[in-house]
Each structure stands twice: as C-alpha cells, then as structure tokens.
Design a binder for this molecule. Structure first.
Ligand SMILES: NC(=O)c1ccc[n+]([C@@H]2O[C@H](COP(=O)([O-])OP(=O)(O)OC[C@H]3O[C@@H](n4cnc5c(N)ncnc54)[C@H](O)[C@@H]3O)[C@@H](O)[C@H]2O)c1
Length: 354
C-alpha cells in the first residue's frame, strides 16, 4: 500500500519530496529503488523534519495507533489506512488525539471516492431510490497466504476490520442512519491455518428501519495473487469465484452493482392499476482501463488529501465518522464471538451519523 501511495504522490504537483519509512530496511531499500525517493528506518528523522507536512500510515494494522499518534503529536497531518486499529479503544484514542490537537486525520476508506459507489450515493441523494430500506453485499475473496500477518489476531486484528470495514462503511454511507444492532454468525473455518474467521453472515438493523446483510467467504475463489481488487480485473477472474456485488433497495427504486462484471444498474418503481411496476432504467459499465477509478480509487483519495492539507481544509470525512464504521466492525465481531445480538450502544462513544 505504501508503494501505491508513493506512485500517486509523485503525480501531485503540490508534493516536492517523499520519504519512505519502514522498520524493515529491505522494504525501504526496495521502495527507494522502485520510486527514486528518500528512505529511512528512523521514524524520528521523518517526524523531526519540519518539511514533512503529511504522513500516510500504510503499515501493518497493529502499529497504526502508535504511528498515527506520534505523527499527530509531531504536528503532521495524517491519512491512516483502514482499519484504524485492532481495538476500539485504540481507534477512539486516535480520534480523540486528533480532535484535541485539532489536526487533520482522515482514514483510508477510499471506496467513497470510487466512481461506482459514489454514483449509488448520488442516486440516493437525488432521491432516485427513495428511502433505502435494505442492502445486501456478497463478497468472496481468496485466502491469505500462510505467512501473512493478516492471519494473526495480534497483527491483523479481526477479519471484519481488516477485510470488511470498507463494505460496512459503504452501507452506512448509503443508508445514512445510525445502526441500532447487529447479529453476526461465522461457520467453521475452511482455511486451516488462519487464526481469524474466514466467513461471516452479518445483519445490521438501522434506526430508520433499514436492514443490511453482508455475506463473506475468504476461502473458495481461485487463488491468483493477493487482493484482486487492488489490481485490474482480468477476464480469468470472471467466474472464478471472486464476487463483490451489492443490491440496494429503496422505497422508489433499486440499484445493483458488481465490480467483477463492471456493472451498475438502476430500477425505478411506479404504480399501475394491477401491480407495482419496476422499470430497469439505467445499465452502466466502464472500460477495464478505468477499473482503478471504479474500485479502490486511492488515486483520487491521495490527490484529495494532499489538496485538503495544502489548502488547510478538513478531511473528506471526519475521523468520528470512520470511528463509527469501526464500531460496526467490532460489534459484528462481538456478536460472532458471543452468539447474541449486539446493540451499538454497548460500545464506547456515541453514534455518529454522516
Ligand atoms: N485501502 C485498501 O484497500 C487497502 C489495501 C491493502 C492494504 N491496506 C492496508 O494498508 C496497510 C498495509 O497493508 P499492505 O498490504 O501494504 O501490507 P504489507 O505487509 O505489504 O506492508 C506492511 C508494512 O508494515 C511494515 N511495518 C510493520 N511494523 C512496522 C512498524 N512498527 N513501523 C513501520 N513499519 C512497520 C512492514 O515491515 C511492512 O513493510 C494495512 O493496514 C492494510 O489493511 C488497505
């Protein structure tokens, strides 16, 4: 992820220098070599440099809190990758630190920049779907490799935060109402070597009455190379088991999107004497070369963060908003662990509505 951000930063006219930091010297050297930038294994060198205005925290999840808080305290604006942290207490501490110091702190939910998902939000905001009453997400990805830190609770945290936080964040964004409670169940793992769950069946109920369901499998889609959504989707992947599809139903219409098939559809509801009518009114697609802008649009996120920091503007979404998504993740995890419905008001800090 660090390399991806560096690539985007190199195209930002406001950026005059970039320095890579990692505890692993070989990663620093590889990044320097690949992108022709400065590098160090000394964090104080970065944080003590007044020329450094903005820090992108793209390290493994268990060190996000330390890196974010130290950067904020050193007077740097921060973009931190999702998940914010591996515990809710750590995530809250990060938000409170940014608020206390009145520093720029954005969390990397870049799907809010995705042309695909932002279009759904535009339809909802324009009233084309009416009130969103239900959403369904089906997400299937392949397994992590055996030595991945993401398999461990200590470094990766839970699957919900690491893998699913984006998809819960989108649902919150679209529904626009606080979640009241969540029920989550996990079947026994199929991936034999991971400490974390490899599947979820999770239902959220919102104050508006809306209901969202998320089904996730991290086991059967064919393995090719890490996270398919970070790369262009190849024809080979169509039908190989990878799936990422949403259905969003409102009182006046519905939408469906499928990133692997490059599809976004919309329906409009109306009345007729003998039935409710649903008309299929939009059927959008895009070119393979545009995939990046339609999925993990880290390009526009990086540009936007640089612009905001340069112009002294606040983050695209307040850190409290990202924290609310983290509350939903931890509530789902708690429900899966205890087998009961978890009310959001059981978790620390009050609900935040975008
Ligand atoms: N937004 C997205 O869609 C997306 C996609 C991929 C990864 N991510 C997130 O980006 C982060 C990194 O993921 P990745 O795939 O690049 O992982 P990676 O394993 O390739 O890189 C993680 C790096 O963190 C470094 N690290 C570990 N401890 C450190 C410390 N104390 N100080 C500094 N560096 C340290 C490791 O040496 C390693 O180089 C994770 O939080 C992940 O969830 C987000």
């Amino acid at each position: 992820m660090g390399g991806t951000v560096v690539q985007h930063l190199k195209e930002c006219p406001q950026v005059s220098g970039i320095v890579a930091y990692d505890i692993a010297e070989e990663r620093v050297m590889a990044t320097q070599e690949a992108y022709h930038i400065a590098g160090t294994i000394e964090l104080d060198e970065v944080l003590g440099d007044p020329a450094v205005k903005l820090v992108f925290v793209t390290a493994a999840n268990h060190v996000h809190k330390e890196l974010v808080i130290r950067s904020l305290e050193a007077g740097k604006a921060v973009l931190c990758e999702k998940p914010m942290a591996n515990t809710l207490a750590d995530a809250l501490e990060m938000v409170e630190c940014a608020e206390r110091l009145q520093m720029f702190f954005q969390v990397g939910f870049e799907l809010r920049y995705s042309h695909l998902y932002a279009r759904v939000k535009e339809w909802i905001d324009a009233g084309l779907l009416g009130d969103v009453v239900s959403t369904h997400c089906l997400y299937n990805s392949s397994a992590y490799s055996k030595n991945a830190w993401r398999n461990t609770k200590a470094e990766g945290g839970d699957t919900f935060g690491e893998r699913l936080s984006h998809y819960v964040d989108l649902t919150r964004w679209w529904v626009g109402s606080p979640v009241v409670d969540v029920f989550s169940a996990c079947a026994p793992n199929v991936v034999p070597y991971t400490e974390v769950h490899d599947n979820y069946h999770t239902t959220y109920r919102f104050a508006s009455g809306a209901v969202s369901h998320l089904t996730y499998y991290m086991n059967y889609p064919a393995l090719f190379r890490g996270d398919p959504l970070r790369d262009d989707i190849t024809d080979l992947q169509l039908g190989d088991g990878h799936k990422l599809r949403y259905i969003i139903v409102g009182t006046k219409g519905a939408a469906e999107n499928d990133v692997f098939y490059r599809r976004l559809k919309r329906w409009e509801f109306s009345d007729a004497p003998d039935t409710m009518v649903s008309d299929w009114v939009e059927n959008l697609t895009w070119e393979r070369k545009e995939d990046h802008y339609y999925y993990h649009n880290t390009t526009d996120q990086t540009r936007d963060v640089v612009r905001r920091v340069t112009e002294g503007l606040p983050p695209m979404t307040p850190a409290r908003d990202a924290y609310e998504t983290m509350r939903l993740c931890f509530a789902a995890e708690r429900s899966a662990d205890t087998g009961r419905i978890v009310r959001l008001d059981e978790l620390p800090a009050p609900a935040f509505t975008c």
